[in-house]
Design a protein around this ligand. Sequence first.
Ligand SMILES: C=C1C[C@]23C[C@@]1(O)CC[C@H]2[C@@]12CC[C@H](O)[C@@](C)(C(=O)O1)[C@H]2[C@@H]3C(=O)O
Ligand code: AKG
Ligand code: FE2
Length: 337
Amino acid sequence: MVVASPTPLSSEKLRDVNLPMVDLSAERSEVSKSVVKACEEFGFFKVINHGVPEDVILNLEREGLGFFALPVTEKQRAGPPNPFGYGCKNIGFNGDMGEVEYLTLNTHPLSIAERSKTISTHDPSKFSSAAMAFIEAVRELACELLDLIAEGLLVPDTAVFSRLIRDLDSDSVLRLNHYPPPQVDCKDWDTSPSYDRVKVGIGAHSDPQILTLLRSNDVGGLQISVEDGVWIPVPSDPTAFWVNVGDMLQAMTNGRFMSVRHRALTNPFKSRMSMAYFGAPPLQASISAPPEIVRPNRLSLYRPFTWAEYKKTTYSLRLGDSRLQLYSAGTDAGVAS
Ligand SMILES: C=C1C[C@]23C[C@@]1(O)CC[C@H]2[C@@]12CC[C@H](O)[C@@](C)(C(=O)O1)[C@H]2[C@@H]3C(=O)O
Ligand SMILES: O=C(O)CCC(=O)C(=O)O
Ligand SMILES: [Fe+2]
């Protein structure tokens, strides 16, 4: 069903779709088939019975909410985002803006420990241990999903994808996003319809890494798009993780999976916080599809490249720009400088 958009983004349509759900407690070969199907059809799915302990999630949520509740001047000690650290409204380096404040962290334990000193001056170890426990548990989940994907794609080396994010030099990222409800002038409370108070938190984009695992509190706002101009709202479920195919997994499956475009809107009344783990390869890792995926009768869609090259291109572009097409076979683009 397509309905007129009740958001301020008026030329767009909203569509209610049952998004794929994967139950990790089901039989393994069934799970791997359903993960592959979801990645092919949507590049997006929900995981339940994921095995990440609830207390690990709630501890980081509490630390995150505590940080975002601090006075601005204290939060700014953890910024500006270079690209790691605290940021507010400015996203990236090329003029993108949104109604969001965030903490972006490299997941390496030393980096978390250093950054935590600027996030919590009175007890940095509390923040760093909550962040590390979350990172370790969610990385395990991401590895499990990547192994299931390799199995479902009949790739004999089933660790071919997960090895990249298990690597100690993996360039993975943890990000906490906080979307406060937009401030409405008291005099406008009675007259401004609530949909006027829905703002774009993070605009349309795909995630550049391999796989993103995202958990949010019980407030909706995430939307995905599999068709231009049509947005599918993602219902909130704080007990689940939502999983996105990133650009690197699109490249490593030779375009069989699509990295999904998505965005986050603010809620008119309630504050939303999401916690996302972006599983990425080491900087020097070479990105190409395993030969079993590039079947003999299909050509490679992308030329081989390193994650470092791709990341440099990503940061030279705007949030919503398509980047992977610059790496199509037969082009020597991605040469952003
Ligand atoms: C505008 C930008 C912000 C971003 C880097 C970029 O140049 C384009 C991709 C953006 C993104 C989207 C997913 C993640 O939130 C993120 C941390 C990432 O790796 O790529 C952000 C980048 C960012 O905010 O630093
Ligand atoms: O907060 C969300 O639901 C989406 C966040 C997101 O897309 C991102 O941080 O890349
Ligand atoms: Fe994203």
